[in-house]
Design a protein around this ligand. Structure first.
Ligand SMILES: [Zn+2]
Ligand SMILES: [Zn+2]
Length: 146
């Protein structure tokens, strides 16, 4: 039996699939700890790993320099699967009024309002994460003392 067959048999799945799942799970857990697990498209928290996707703010496909856009960390954000694919399908992001439309240059009242809300929610999500870290310091929800 080859090592790959052995791994596949013991994991019950393709080792490549397993490694990808592990990487995603590590990424999601770090994003949650650091307060980055919120959606770039709708600015709500991403709570479910199955809906957690990596998003390219500027689409890399058909861009001037696809490898650069693909790997540029400044071009990376996270989003819900359905928000990510919804925006990709519309090609120019979510329809107006939305934060995405604002980023694309729309300055109608609806889009300005959406952006204000987005920034506010983003702050709340990050702020809450910071607060949580401080209050969990004195071992309140860790393992029980003996
Ligand atoms: Zn979303
Ligand atoms: Zn608009």
């Amino acid at each position: 039996m080859s090592i790959k067959e052995k791994k596949t048999k013991q994991l019950g799945m393709n080792p490549g699939t397993a490694a990808n799942r592990l990487r995603k799970s590590i990424l999601f857990s770090f994003a949650q700890k650091l307060g980055y697990a919120w959606c770039y498209q709708c600015a709500t928290e991403i709570k479910d790993i199955d809906r957690f996707t990596i998003e390219h703010k500027e689409p890399w496909l058909d861009s001037e320099n696809p490898p650069e856009f693909f790997f540029d960390l400044d071009n990376i954000a996270f989003s819900h699967a359905e928000c990510n694919y919804g925006a990709a399908r519309a090609k120019y992001g979510m329809p107006c009024p939305s934060v995405t439309a604002y980023r694309k240059g729309c300055r109608c009242d609806g889009c300005k309002e959406a952006r204000r809300e987005y920034r506010k929610k983003r702050k709340q999500l990050k702020g809450r994460e910071d607060g949580k870290q401080k209050e969990t310091k004195p071992n309140t929800e860790g393992e029980k003392p003996c």
